[in-house]
Ligand binder design. Structure first.
Ligand code: NAD
Length: 439
């Protein structure tokens, strides 16, 4: 039997291509002082410190103020910036500061809505961490504030400004892998940090933390250092595995495939199998999503280390992103030989079928060699810096960004659908008319 090229039997030649980062070359030009982008940062914790370091490493960009409810984090902001910048517990002081062009918001999920809306109303562009929302209705209020105030809002789940994902999108749009009917995406972790059991700052107390404000929209409870530092473990502040991790995978898929709406359906399951520390979210979460043209199978575990993989499976091959590398493996999807089932027929029927098959297939599709491609990035490639650069450049040039509030809202809704299905043990349906999840 001859085999389909690209399937077992064909020779697969792979060429390796090193992708050039987009922004590094451009950002090497500092520009005149009037071109400088001045930002303030709200929330200088795990993600905020990284964003701050990355942002101030971009030429022409300056941090002029920082805000955090915990004084220790204000101290760390001053240490990172190196200049005596003003710091505060009150983010509204940053919004009143006329020197500030834009805000980086790296507070926990339950604070995203209020800070983004306040930034937009104060005329500040805002980079807001993922997932954009904590509840479904918040997203539409944030989009309204973004659009009414003509502000640039960029959500921070990376991927969309990564050269790897941009190359995958280009190949997808060119039809390199034909019609994509299925996407698989997964990641896994296996350590306390990965499961959000972060150490508590040793001096944390109600004296150096404004606990009441930190609680925000969450139920009022006495000072609880575990809730403060491990907030992802509770639905009152975070959005579980879906909001923390699905959102990155979903961002990549929505970007590559040009998805501009939430999925139609989500069926999720999972459980809390290992990290029984009082949390009310699962540590294994799997979800099947239905989109108009394909299905997405997604799973994340906090109990075994596995690479982050996104695999788009099409009628002409597959695109796989793993470990910051993209592999394009083509398939021709052609009918390469008569069906082996004819071997189960009597000779007279088989001969007739074979003759007819050959007549209908005048060209032979021999096992050949197919050429795939393997795309890599330079060592130390930093997609977070690219994503930040894109936002700061958009602020300077007043141009739109890809991961705006509408984009961020769609991926956040997909996360909320996975949680809805998991907790309600039902199929979550997106109802566009009422902008809500049914089921
Ligand atoms: N894009 C990514 O790869 C990535 C990675 C990690 C975290 N995140 C996101 O970043 C956000 C922050 O996560 P984290 O791990 O840094 O949390 P964190 O708890 O380490 O830091 C949050 C900081 O915000 C401060 N804060 C909270 N509410 C505030 C308010 N109203 N005003 C001022 N300061 C306030 C807290 O005191 C804390 O220092 C979350 O939305 C998370 O999902 C994104």
């Amino acid at each position: 039997m001859r085999r389909t090229a690209g399937a077992a039997g064909a020779t697969l030649a792979m060429r390796t291509v090193l992708l050039e980062p987009i922004s590094f070359a451009a950002s090497a030009r500092p520009g005149p002082p009037s071109d400088r982008v001045r930002f303030g940062i709200i929330g200088v914790g795990m993600q905020g410190t990284g964003l701050l370091r990355n942002a101030i490493s971009i030429p022409g960009v300056e941090c002029v103020a920082a805000c955090d409810l915990y004084d220790g984090r204000q101290e760390v902001a001053r240490e990172i910036v190196g200049n005596p910048i003003p710091t505060s517990r009150r983010y509204k002081e940053l919004l009143d500061n006329q020197e500030i062009d834009c805000i980086i918001n790296a507070t926990p999920d339950h604070w995203h809505r209020q800070i983004v809306i306040d930034c937009c109303n104060a005329g500040k562009d805002v980079y807001c961490e993922k997932p954009m929302t904590h509840t479904v209705s918040e997203g539409f209020e944030m989009i309204e504030a973004e659009q009414r105030n003509k502000r640039i809002v960029q959500v921070g789940s990376q991927r969309v400004d990564s050269v790897i994902y941009t190359k995958a999108k280009e190949l997808f749009e060119k039809g390199a892998i034909g019609d994509v009917c299925l996407v698989e995406a997964c990641m896994g972790r296996n350590d306390p940090d990965g499961a959000w059991e972060y150490p508590i700052p040793p001096d944390l107390s109600p004296q150096n933390l404004d606990w009441e404000t930190w609680l925000g929209t969450a139920p009022k409870i006495p000072f609880n250092p575990h809730h403060y530092q491990r907030w992802r473990c509770w639905q009152a502040y975070g959005s579980g595995v879906a909001g923390d991790l699905f959102v990155h995978l979903l961002t990549g898929i929505h970007y590559i495939a040009g998805i501009t709406a939430p999925p139609q359906r989500a069926l999720a399951s999972g459980g809390l199998y290992r990290w029984k520390d009082g949390r009310d979210v699962p540590d294994v979460h799997a979800c099947v999503y239905d989109y108009p043209n394909f299905q997405v199978l997604m799973r994340v575990t906090l109990n075994t280390e596995t690479p982050e993989v996104t695999r788009l499976l099409g009628t002409r091959g597959q695109l796989e992103i793993a470990n910051n590398e993209l592999t394009f493996t083509p398939q021709d999807g052609l009918d390469h030989g008569p069906s082996f089932l004819s071997n189960t027929w009597p000779k007279r029927l088989r001969d007739e079928y074979l003759a007819k098959w050959r007549e209908e297939h005048p060209f032979t599709h021999e096992i050949g060699s197919v050429e795939g491609s393997h795309y890599t990035v330079p060592p130390g490639y930093n997609e977070t810096r690219e994503h930040l650069w894109n936002f700061l450049d958009a602020v300077r040039k007043r141009r739109p960004v890809v991961e705006d509030a509408t984009f961020g809202n769609n991926t956040a809704i997909a996360c909320h659908m996975a949680n809805h299905s998991y907790y309600k043990k039902s199929i979550a349906l997106w109802d566009a008319a009422s902008k809500s999840i049914k089921g």
